[in-house]
Design a protein around this ligand. Structure first.
Ligand code: 3PG
Length: 205
């Protein structure tokens, strides 16, 4: 069973070109990050996941922004080891559950949390963390659910400057963000910068 708590910094990735998948994964691994979230915001997602899974077995590969049943099936077929979404959708959750692969649904309100918990989820993505009220909001939001073992991964507005504050909350198991490998750095193939960003983020925890 995948230990979702083993990697507390999750780089959120948007890849336009699957040819960038392997050098990107290599850059992150070199910086010490062993987890990656490839978002289904581009047509290159499934192919990128599959290439990283095959080439780097030491990396935990997740599919992000999985919002349709078709994407859920593609993500699983590509070899994803976990899935995430900005919201909670019973249909996609069912597909991942059927495949025995963990899914981290997105939540932003108490009703969202309870809907995700009802679906059997204990790990949830707090999205969009910054605009929703950041650390203060997450602290208040998670308070009633401590005894249920519900834990959160804030994403959306998380940065090198505020990640520690989020991670200091007992209810937070990880943070996610695009700052480690930005779309621009990927398109310019700035692999060295991405490695440095990964190292720098890990040095803070
Ligand atoms: C996500 O889907 O997790 C977010 O788009 C990442 O947000 P960020 O770009 O603010 O890090």
């Amino acid at each position: 069973m995948l230990d979702l708590e083993a990697n507390p910094i999750i780089p959120v990735i948007v890849l336009d070109d699957a040819n960038d998948a392997e050098p990107l994964a290599e850059a992150l691994l070199e910086g010490g990050l062993k987890i990656i979230e490839i978002t289904f915001r581009t047509a290159a997602a499934a192919e990128s996941i599959s290439r990283i899974v095959q080439r780097f077995p030491e990396m935990v590969v997740g599919a992000g922004t999985v919002v349709t049943e078709k994407q859920a099936k593609e993500a699983i077929d590509a070899g994803s080891q976990f899935g995430l979404a900005p919201g909670t959708d019973p249909k996609t959750l069912e597909i991942f559950r059927g495949a025995g692969i963990p899914f981290i649904p997105g939540i932003a309100t108490p009703s969202d949390i309870q809907a995700a918990y009802r679906e059997g989820c204990q790990y949830m993505k707090f999205f969009p963390a910054g605009p929703m009220g950041g650390v203060k909001m997450l602290k208040a939001l998670s308070a009633p659910y401590g005894n249920l073992g519900i834990r959160f991964c804030p994403t959306g507005g998380v940065s090198l400057d505020n990640m520690e504050e989020y991670l200091s909350l007992p209810s937070v198991f990880a943070v996610g963000g695009s700052w480690i490998a930005t779309k621009q750095d990927i398109s310019e193939k700035n692999w060295k910068i991405i490695t440095e960003n990964a190292t720098q983020a890990l040095s803070k925890i």
